[in-house]
Design a protein around this ligand. Sequence first.
Ligand code: RIB
Ligand code: CA
Length: 316
Amino acid sequence: MYNVLLFCDPGIDDSLAIMYALLNPKINVVGIVSSYGNVPQQQAIQNVAYLLQLAGREDIPIISGARSPLSGEIAIFYPEIHGEEGLGPIRPPDTVQREVVNFDEIFKIINTYAYNLYIVDVGRSTSLAIAFLLGGDEQLGKISAFYSMGGAFLVPGNVTPIAEANFHGDALAANLILNKGRNVFITPLNVTNFSIIKPENIELITSQPFNAFTFLIKPIFDYYNTAYKKLDPSLSGSPLHDVFTMFALVNPDKVSYISREASVSINFDNTKGQSIADFRKRSTESISEATDHIAISFNYDAFIEDFINVMTMRYN
Ligand code: RIB
Ligand code: CA
């Protein structure tokens, strides 16, 4: 069982990753840090609260994350991909009210699950960087591994010609995580662009009321898929970047990595957010905890099979 502290910015693929995690018997979600990113922080919190209410998992703490990047830049949101409120055409009911806990809950969780806790970060890395700055190695050294969705190594970016949205959204924070984190697994666009879920997969997943999320999945996916179709009409479906990252954590044998020290351009020019690593072959490889692991390929059939299995789980 993987104990997971999730950092996210829901967002449609984040929301599907939350559903996937809550439904997956291999995953124990122990807290969700909700921050700005695809939508403003307050909206992201509201969306997490709604999903947890649907699942009857109000026991999972929602931690109030960052509202803007470390640099002080103004955050850019993406309603054209995720909807005005982050769930495509769905608006969480106003009746969803949840107590949000303070940031220091992160350190309480780290100490409760010390050395048996995974951090999965599928949003801008601001909140995780702040946790590093506040807790240092003394606290963050107790994390078994970090899984970070971000970057685009030697492939085009999705928000600039070279940068991916999470690394570009807070390049300073992303670079800090790669520098300070130990056992960091990066899932960049190199792989997540290929984690394509097709409309027929969604038809199957929503063909019966399998669980409390079934009714949400089709409308939010359709919204996202329409946006991706506009971006690239040749796509047969849409990439679920954040779901892939959760899949990678619990299916380590289905994903291949190249181990290199990686960094992120923190220059405020057209390289901002660029993910950088030296992929040249070396005669001797020295891998330490400081080496990052960059996902480079995966078993697509296994991804689809696992996604369908998990999303059709009957909850409770
Ligand atoms: O580039 C993909 C990432 O940006 C995903 O985390 C998605 O949710 C968006 O924020
Ligand atoms: Ca995200």
